[in-house]
Design a protein around this ligand. Structure first.
Ligand SMILES: Cc1cc2nc3c(=O)[nH]c(=O)nc-3n(C[C@H](O)[C@H](O)[C@H](O)COP(=O)(O)OP(=O)(O)OC[C@H]3O[C@@H](n4cnc5c(N)ncnc54)[C@H](O)[C@@H]3O)c2cc1C
Length: 395
């Protein structure tokens, strides 16, 4: 049963991790990635809890540690740019001891180096799948059709390939009513391993500069977009973001002025993927494609690392008997995914619910008058909830 040829669609965090573990288990993985090269855009991400065990086992923990952002301080500012308070960045990012923060692109490069000479078809995608008795026939956009024993979709939140076997995303995508955007900016504030956060009801903005790489700006906000807005169009995305933060203070107008020219503008709705099953016949979903928890939980990367590890582990244990392995994969992961999706829903409620306005105002007011105490208390609570969800599975 070993030596199975397994096609993985998507060379992101989940796809690269899965390729590594499948290869270790004696299978023959191949990756297909829509983009012409490894995608190294992205913001900073956290690796927490049991996901740290995955990167330890892969032997990449030292490189990830070396490439961590090394952000030293988190500063909160008000509308006028006055410092409200300053806290420990680990507390701000809900990290406990050992958890790591790394820029997405750096993590992708480390994982890509680790998979060695695995076949990677860049600049191509799957256009059709035929699940047959002896394997899956895959038709590609550019390459000739081929047979694989299994196909795993690791192509993210809006997985086009999921559509081919599981149906339209509207059945599974649970939008949280929040939007996220980030892009590189010139380091005009001379940030040196520092992050500056700006909060107001239902809105959050941040600028930071890690130990290496560009300074970045990030936004998260809750809004009801006009019905005629096409949020797949980058021009309309930028306009939507601009409108949402139009009257915000601090350095927001200047940060927004760099948006148009930025080479790596990213915008998406925050959403979860909730599906009754992550496997069908010889096809499986891993990472965001099957069970996105959304960036609001800060757990998407950890869940993707663990999902990929568990899937490969079950295929290895079942000697390639994919029916048994897929069953075990779903069973082992279900509760962990549920807990992490709950974590995101809790954070969303705090940001967009009725309590959002008074909670933010109160914390900013008290933050200014009782330095750091309320923000610290609130962040400590978040840190404890996140740590629990991050350790809700053992390998
Ligand atoms: C460019 C980018 C930047 C991101 N930045 C952040 C961030 O700053 N903060 C955050 O919380 N999350 C971010 N995410 C999402 C985050 O990486 C994931 O939530 C998490 O790491 C889970 O990873 P994943 O491998 O399941 O999905 P992803 O990391 O999204 O990877 C999916 C991969 O599949 C590829 N792909 C998509 N469609 C196809 C297709 N049809 N055929 C073949 N390949 C396809 C994509 O190009 C990508 O390489 C980003 C994702 C991307 C793609």
């Amino acid at each position: 049963m070993k030596n199975k040829r397994i096609l993985i669609s998507g060379a992101g965090i989940a796809g690269l991790t899965l390729a590594y573990w499948l290869k270790q288990a004696g299978f023959t993985p191949a990756l297909i990635e829509k983009y012409p090269a490894l995608r190294t855009e992205g913001y900073k991400l956290d690796i927490r809890g049991t996901a740290l065990d995955v990167i330890q086992k892969m032997g990449v923990y030292p490189s990830v540690f070396e490439s961590r952002t090394r952000i030293r301080e988190s500063i909160f500012v008000d509308q006028k740019g006055r410092q409200i308070t300053q806290t420990d960045p680990d507390l701000c990012g809900a990290r406990v001891e050992g958890d790591l923060e790394i820029v997405r692109g750096d993590l992708c490069e480390i994982l890509f180096d680790r998979i060695g000479n695995t076949e990677c078809l860049f600049g191509d995608s799957i256009v059709n799948l035929l699940d047959q008795e002896d394997g899956v026939r895959v038709d590609f956009k550019n390459n000739p059709s081929r047979m694989f024993d299994l196909v795993v979709k690791a192509d993210g939140l809006h997985s086009k390939v999921r559509l081919l076997s599981f149906g339209d995303e509207s059945q599974f995508l649970r939008k949280l009513g929040l939007y996220v955007s980030f892009y590189s900016i010139p380091n005009f504030m001379n940030l040196d391993c520092t992050e500056i956060e700006f909060h107001r009801p239902r809105q959050f903005a941040i600028a930071y500069c890690p130990q290496k790489g560009d300074a970045k700006a990030g936004f998260a906000f809750s809004s009801n977009p006009p019905a005629d807005l096409d949020l797949r169009d980058p021009v309309q995305q930028k306009q939507f973001l601009q409108n949402a933060f139009r009257d915000a203070g601090w350095e927001i107008p200047r940060i927004l002025s760099f948006m148009k020219e930025s080479p790596d503008f990213y915008f998406d709705c925050m959403a979860q993927v909730q599906m009754p099953r992550w496997t069908k016949g010889r096809i499986a979903l891993v990472g965001d494609a099957g069970y996105a928890v959304s960036p609001v939980a800060g757990q998407g990367t950890s869940v993707a690392l663990i999902g990929a590890y568990v899937l490969a582990d079950e295929l290895k244990k079942a000697q390639g008997d994919y029916i048994a392995a897929f069953e075990r994969y779903e069973m082992r992961l279900k509760e962990y995914v549920r807990k992490n999706q709950e974590l995101a829903k809790m954070s969303t409620a705090l940001m967009e619910g009725d309590g959002a306005s008074w909670l933010t105002s109160l914390s900013l007011f008290l933050g200014r008058h009782l330095p750091t105490s309320l923000i610290r208390l609130f962040k400590k609570w978040g840190q404890r909830q996140t740590a629990k969800a991050a350790r809700a599975i053992a390998l």
